[in-house]
Design a protein around this ligand. Structure first.
Ligand code: NAP
Length: 311
């Protein structure tokens, strides 16, 4: 159930063989052989711009669905899925990619690099001194597989980090908060706010007019989670008023982001086309092969999704 399988076929075959998996066939076409399918490798496929809603019920011997991506909101509410869903946890590929993207944009916003990159206009702006990381507070919503390492790397550079998750956490050097009061505290402190939450019924539109109003004036937002975490009209209003200085957005309610969307035009918005974290074929094939091997041996791999919880 992924149109990416042709790209994966060679590398994934090699990795499965290396793991000792025998007698397998990788196929994108199982219309005549539903009963033979044990594992589905999934990435969303769109038809006429709409993601296909999958029916898993016809696969009577399905042992697991393995998502090529970390975001799994497509599966929520799909009653035909009765077997474990495994999301992609790829520390050597996807995670590193997200760390690099978040670090790059946090430093860019922190240092105000756009001023120099976009302002090659002959003016010698030497009086604007670069700030230093220890004087800057960064909030991170979501301290999971991606948010946690991002927060640790930013802490290493010296930023003051405030993290927020659903459950209580202890991460050395990071002020970890949870619950509604915790969210308020993180927002009030965040000069730069990074969104790395999954999209669930609780996180949808978590950044709205009220929550944006809690952020310090001239704070900056980085969204690498999902577009629906933000109420666009509220963010646009706050960007226009200057309460929010900049938004760097990788994910959108509609993707590709329509040409006429105000995000493309606002001078204080940077749009990137959902590329914060790529799933590289090499590293993710290794993960898929290990997960399939584990499942064949009756072990549950890392990344089993709790569909009731929503992530
Ligand atoms: P994860 O491991 O499931 O972590 C999710 C984090 O969010 C956890 O810390 C969780 O809290 C927290 N959380 C969930 N619901 C919450 C709530 N209601 N209140 C407070 N905290 C809540 O997910 P991940 O692998 O880090 O990925 C995060 C998201 O990044 C994905 O779901 C996907 O949408 C997005 N993503 C984007 C890209 C991209 O290219 N832009 C690539 C990959 C992933 P607990 O720790 O307490 O459970």
């Amino acid at each position: 159930m992924s149109d990416l399988l042709p790209y994966y076929k060679e590398t994934l075959t090699k990795e499965l063989v290396k793991k000792g998996v025998k007698n397998f066939k990788l196929s994108t076409n199982c219309n005549d052989s539903f009963e033979e399918v044990n594992f589905i490798i999934y990435s969303p496929v769109k038809k006429n711009g709409v993601k296909l809603n999958r029916d898993f019920s016809q696969f009577k011997n399905l042992k697991a669905v393995l998502s090529l991506y970390a975001g799994i909101e497509d599966f929520i509410g799909n009653k035909t899925l009765k077997c474990p869903l495994i999301k992609m946890i790829d520390k050597n590929g996807l995670t590193n990619s997200m760390i690099e993207w978040c670090l790059a944009h946090t430093l860019r916003l922190h240092l105000g690099l756009d001023r120099h990159i976009l302002g090659q206009d002959g003016i010698w702006r030497h009086k604007i001194k670069p700030p230093i990381a220890r004087d800057r507070s960064v909030g991170i919503l979501g301290l999971g597989e991606l948010g946690r390492p991002v927060s640790l790397f930013l802490k290493k550079i010296g930023f003051k980090i405030f993290g927020w998750s659903r459950t209580k956490k202890r991460i050395e050097g990071i002020r970890c908060l949870h619950g509604t009061s915790g969210l308020k505290e993180v927002l009030k402190k965040s000069e730069i706010l990074i969104l790395l939450l999954p999209l669930t019924e609780y996180t949808k539109f978590i950044l709205n007019n009220y929550s944006l109003s809690l952020l310090p004036r001239r704070s900056q937002i980085i969204n690498a989670g999902r577009g629906e975490l933000i109420e666009d009209t509220a963010l646009i209003e706050n960007l226009r008023s200057g309460h929010i200085l900049n938004a760097t957005l990788d994910v959108f309610q509609q993707e590709p982001l329509p040409k006429e969307h105000p995000y493309w035009i606002l001078p204080n918005v940077t749009v990137t086309p959902h590329i914060a974290a790529d799933t590289p074929i090499e590293s993710s094939s290794k993960v898929l092969a290990k997960n399939i091997k584990d499942l064949i041996e009756g072990k549950l791999p890392n990344g089993v999704v709790d569909l009731n919880r929503g992530y």
